[in-house]
Write a protein that binds this ligand. Structure first.
Ligand SMILES: Nc1ncnc2c1ncn2[C@@H]1O[C@H](COP(=O)(O)OP(=O)(O)O)[C@@H](O)[C@H]1O
Ligand SMILES: [Mg+2]
Length: 223
């Protein structure tokens, strides 16, 4: 799926206009279907804000986001929700797994009403990620790397055409983190999905089709 933003602005207003924070400043970006993008830049640059808006989890103050030509924010929240469910996978820095649910149940959460139909597919994904033997375990019984693999499996259950990952390895040691990001790249290649990965790993960033660098709410360099 294609994503395009036009003059995207995001401003947070605190205590009236006095502490107006401009987090995104006229962002124009176009990501072609299937492209792998590494999004880099210092903390506070606006990376998370940008991908939350491109991923339809938050609305901009002004500007547009087109997904496959559709002006998404013209629509109501219900439309955005359906679009997210059908087409978008999100992986966060922290795994946000449900602690009372086992691995398989966590992976099936986004498709809970169809969990019987999706069971085989969920197990296939867990196998691909090398954690099928952990399917009955609870999150507390897993290592950090395994927990993040479960979060990755959960993001993949709806076969998303666009995958966003926001520093998904920020909580992991270097080697484990590298493994997870590598898996993410490989799988998005296999699926032909568009990938937007916020990462500080330069080696992985260099494997991306494009590196987009953000500074102070603006896109600084495009390679
Ligand atoms: N809900 C909010 N209210 C006010 N300011 C916010 C809010 N969310 C983020 N910010 C500010 O927006 C800026 C960019 O944040 P963020 O997008 O998280 O950056 P990054 O992911 O690059 O570290 C930061 O200065 C942060 O303090
Ligand atoms: Mg962030």
């Amino acid at each position: 799926m294609n994503i395009k933003s036009e003059k995207l602005n995001k401003t947070y207003v605190k205590n009236g206009l006095l502490f107006n924070t401009e987090v995104l400043n006229n962002i124009n970006i176009e990501i072609i279907s299937g492209q792998k993008i590494a999004l880099t830049g210092p903390s506070g640059a606006g990376k998370s804000t940008l991908i939350h808006i491109l991923g339809l989890m938050d609305r901009p103050t002004s500007g547009k986001v087109y997904i496959d030509g559709v002006d998404c924010f013209k629509n109501d929240d219900k439309y955005l929700c359906v679009m997210r469910k059908n087409s978008i996978g999100f992986i966060f820095q922290f795994h946000y797994l449900m602690l009372d649910f086992n691995v398989l149940e966590n992976v099936l959460l986004p498709v809970w009403n169809e969990r019987q139909i999706k069971l085989k597919y969920a197990r296939n994904i867990l196998e691909r990620l090398g954690i099928l033997d952990k399917q009955d375990h609870f999150p507390s019984e897993l290592s950090g790397g395994e927990q993040q693999r479960v979060a990755l499996a959960r993001a993949l259950i709806n076969n998303p055409r666009i995958i966003f990952a926001d520093e998904p390895t920020g909580n992991l040691d270097r080697v484990t983190g590298f493994e997870i990001e590598k898996l993410l790249f490989e799988i998005s290649l296999e699926l032909g999905s568009t990938l937007i990965l916020v990462t500080h790993n330069e080696e992985l960033a260099s494997r991306a089709d494009r590196i987009v660098k953000m500074i102070n709410g603006k896109i600084n360099t495009l390679i």
